[in-house]
Design a protein around this ligand. Structure first.
Ligand code: ATP
Ligand code: MG
Length: 327
């Protein structure tokens, strides 16, 4: 009887041992599996991370940051930024426009985006929002976005480093062009706006005061390491040039010695388009200034290295422009 009990106990013990062994093996296998899974996941994620950072680095390398500046105020920087930006976006590139005119921003008005600005770059820096929340996408051309630096002048504490980091982050998102609309004058706002740029576009009118100020800005840009500078002559009046009452575009370009990107005629449609919040280049039937902005945009992206395109349907207009601007 006791022998029978003993053998029963032994059997139960061995069954229990098998169970313990089984569960141990199971947990060992599970642990190993989960470790493998985790390791795999970790490897995958680290691969993705390195991929992302690699693609971000490539994006930054492929992006061009151009500051649109002038010495004298009111010569057409914001008008040029809006129209060139819109034109480049229409040519298929991803474009981000930065309104660095703190306190007196109006790039949003020219683009008709004033009601959509909830956040600015200051909110990103304060940790109130993400970059993609402050970047307003244009509804007409989704590859065009706008970032305002600040809504009011009181919070004027964005630094050069802040600007550089902002532009780097925008470029890493895949924006191929970042155009910075510079504030008037050459104070701290100007220095901040030019700091992330590798290229500059100097806007001037054909007036001696604006040209002299443009020359000072050209010197400042060079002093700050920006050597790739181009010139946009705005508000050109061909009738006045003909009467010798205004300097020709060639005269302005020779005085400044900066390569010419384009010349924009004086045009009442600029004011109409500003009031409507619709850049000139969006018009179905382009005006002369709209054509001139498109031409300048093409030259900026390197698609058109000549000033006048005689092969376009606007041949007559362009010939006229060429004759009047350059004689
Ligand atoms: N080609 C043009 N023809 C007619 N009006 C123009 C032209 N270009 C700009 N303007 C007008 O000139 C005014 C100043 O233009 P804009 O605001 O673009 O200049 P800005 O250089 O950005 O000025 P600020 O220095 O104050 O920032 C606006 O009223 C605009 O409509
Ligand atoms: Mg402006």
């Amino acid at each position: 009887m006791s022998r029978l009990l003993k053998s029963k106990r032994r059997a139960t013990k061995s069954i229990a041992t098998v169970f313990v062994l089984q569960s141990f093996c199971k947990s060992f296998i599970m642990t190993t599996f989960s470790n493998q899974q985790e390791r795999q996941q970790y490897t995958d994620s680290s691969e993705t991370l390195s991929d992302v950072s690699q693609s971000e680095t490539t994006n930054i390398k492929n992006s061009r940051t151009i500051v649109v500046t002038s010495g004298k105020g009111g010569v057409g920087k914001t008008t040029a930024t809006a129209n060139l930006g819109m034109s480049i976006a229409r040519l298929g590139y991803r474009v981000a426009l930065i309104d660095a005119d703190i306190g007196l921003r109006n790039l949003d008005l020219l683009l008709g985006l004033e009601n959509r600005i909830l956040y600015t770059a200051m909110d990103i820096l304060d940790g109130q929002c993400r970059l993609d929340q402050a970047l307003i996408r244009d509804k007409r051309w989704k590859n065009l976005s706008l970032l305002s630096i600040s809504k009011n002048r009181q919070r004027y504490n964005v630094t050069r480093k802040n600007m550089e980091n902002l532009v780097k982050s925008i470029a890493s998102l895949g924006y191929q062009f970042v155009l910075v609309d510079c504030p008037a004058g050459i104070d701290v706002g100007f220095i901040n706006a030019i700091s992330p740029a590798q290229e500059a576009l100097i806007v001037t009118t054909p007036e001696i005061t604006a040209i002299r100020d443009a020359d000072r800005v050209a010197g400042l840009l060079e002093a700050n390491g920006i050597y790739n500078v181009k010139l946009l002559v705005n508000r050109v009046r061909p009738d006045m040039i003909q009467r010798n009452d205004m300097m020709s575009v060639r005269d302005v370009q020779e005085m400044l010695g900066i390569p010419l990107l384009g010349a924009i005629p004086e045009d009442n449609h600029v004011i109409i388009s500003t009031n409507r919040g619709e850049p000139l280049v969006l018009k179905k039937k382009l005006t002369l200034s709209g054509i001139a902005f498109e031409n300048a945009a093409r030259r900026l992206i390197g698609k058109q290295d000549y000033f006048i395109d005689l092969t376009t349907p606007y041949k007559g207009v362009f010939q006229k422009v060429q004759q009047l601007f350059f004689g």
